[in-house]
Write a protein that binds this ligand. Structure first.
Ligand code: PLP
Length: 401
């Protein structure tokens, strides 16, 4: 029965993590993972998360009954408010609501299913490059026109706004445009507020549908409001849009799969119909979401003292990342490594598109046991005060080979 099943290709990021584990050499550095690491190279359970877990575990009033199909109400309200802002006009006018999803990936999948089935959309545009799962999610859902728009200028190592606008200008009306709300993965390069305005003008003029992927709110700058600026700007301008939220990075709840899909409409009159169709969709996909992580996020966001502790945690994570960016850039400059390395400090969030080519990446992996994606993307969290010099010297060697 199974004889004709073909071996699928390896998923690069997981294959690299395995290769890193199997590598017995010291030193070795893993710059490929998509998760936060402390200065000691360890995963971090946010203290506020640990504390909340303990209080939930000993709360006798909590049971393990099913959640509603669209999730924990206190969570979806807090998540939607976090992304749109408590004073959002769309919330005040009751024309925005959220549904709980299986982390950010699940939010994107539910969004794609709804867009295809209910709104009959089959065309999507994502940035080149983008998080590799964007293509897969929309292709697996059944979108038939999968396109990329220019985003990264490899020579200048900056955003290619002109290319982006030119490509989106060719998109047919109604096309779904995936936009990274902040901390673009993999380049770490976000549009400026002025550039966002130009992007919004074009999306409005061409009647495109903005879908924001928000996987790093608060984790990028340390300020959740600042990281949601682009989304709120679009909402204030009156766009109808989707936001796919992940709480993997900003709460360190990677495996708990906590996500939210926010739907912003022009009029609240369509709320019940949309809600009912999303309920049916989720019922057929996984019936209802897990409660554990959503309870943690809900309790933290809805309790002012805990929320403040969480804000301190995201500040700590984002500042460590910024510090690593500076240490790496400064060291490369000190070594006189050919090229300009300012993009490393101009980028934001966990990832940096270093500009290293495939050959240089291969040298880093083979000769120096430094693991990174072949596109040259590195996770700044893999760096620490103990290994940044080793990494900078290895990059220098690979570039000057
Ligand atoms: N979107 C982007 C851009 C991401 O980088 C990620 C995770 O790496 C996600 C969405 C979704 O992640 P998760 O499904 O773990 O929440």
């Amino acid at each position: 029965i199974y004889a004709d099943v073909q071996q699928g290709p390896a998923i690069e990021v997981f294959a690299l993590t395995q290769a890193f584990r199997d590598d017995v050499n010291t030193p070795k550095v893993n710059l490929s993972v998509g998760a936060y690491r402390t200065n000691d190279g360890q995963p971090w359970v946010l203290p506020v998360v640990r504390k909340t877990e303990v209080s939930i575990a000993t709360d006798e009033t909590i049971n393990h009954e099913y959640l509603p199909v669209t999730g924990l109400d206190t969570f979806t309200r807090a998540a939607t408010e976090l992304v749109l802002g408590a004073d959002s006009i769309a919330l005040k006018e009751k024309r925005a609501f959220g549904v709980q999803t299986i982390s950010g990936t699940g939010a994107l999948r539910v969004a794609a299913e709804f867009l295809l089935r209910q709104l009959k959309r089959n065309t999507v545009y994502y940035s080149n490059p983008t998080w590799e799962n964007h293509h897969k999610i929309f292709a697996d859902t059944g979108f038939t026109s999968l396109n990329s728009y220019r985003y990264w200028d490899q020579n200048k190592r900056q955003l290619d706004l002109e290319g982006m606008l030119a490509d989106l200008d060719k998109a047919p009306a109604g096309a779904v445009i995936i936009l990274h709300a902040c901390a673009h993965n993999p380049t770490g390069m976000d549009p400026t507020q002025d550039q966002w305005k130009k992007i919004a003008d074009l999306i409005e003029r061409k009647k495109l549908f903005p879908l924001f992927d928000s996987a790093y709110q608060g984790f990028a700058s340390g300020d959740p409001d600042l990281d949601a600026w682009a989304i709120r700007y679009f909402v204030d301008r009156g766009f109808e849009l989707f936001v796919c939220q992940s709480f993997a990075k900003n709460f360190g709840l990677y495996c708990e799969r906590v996500g939210n899909l926010t739907i912003v409409q022009q009029s609240g009159a369509t709320r019940d119909q949309i809600h009912s169709q999303i309920t049916l969709l989720i019922r057929g996909l996984y019936s209802n979401p897990p409660a554990y992580g959503a309870r943690i996020v809900s309790k933290v966001l809805n309790t002012p003292a805990l929320r403040q502790e969480w804000m301190d945690c995201i500040k700590a994570m984002s500042s460590r990342i910024r510090e690593m960016r500076k240490l790496l850039r400064d060291k490369l400059v000190e070594l006189g490594t050919p090229g300009n390395w300012d993009h490393i400090v101009n980028q934001i969030g966990m990832f940096s598109y270093t500009g290293l080519n495939e050959k240089q990446v291969a040298v880093l992996i083979k000769e120096y046991h430094i693991y990174l994606l072949k596109t040259g993307r590195i996770n700044m969290c893999g760096l620490n005060t103990g290994n940044f010099e080793y990494v900078a010297k290895a990059i220098h060697a690979a570039v000057t080979l």
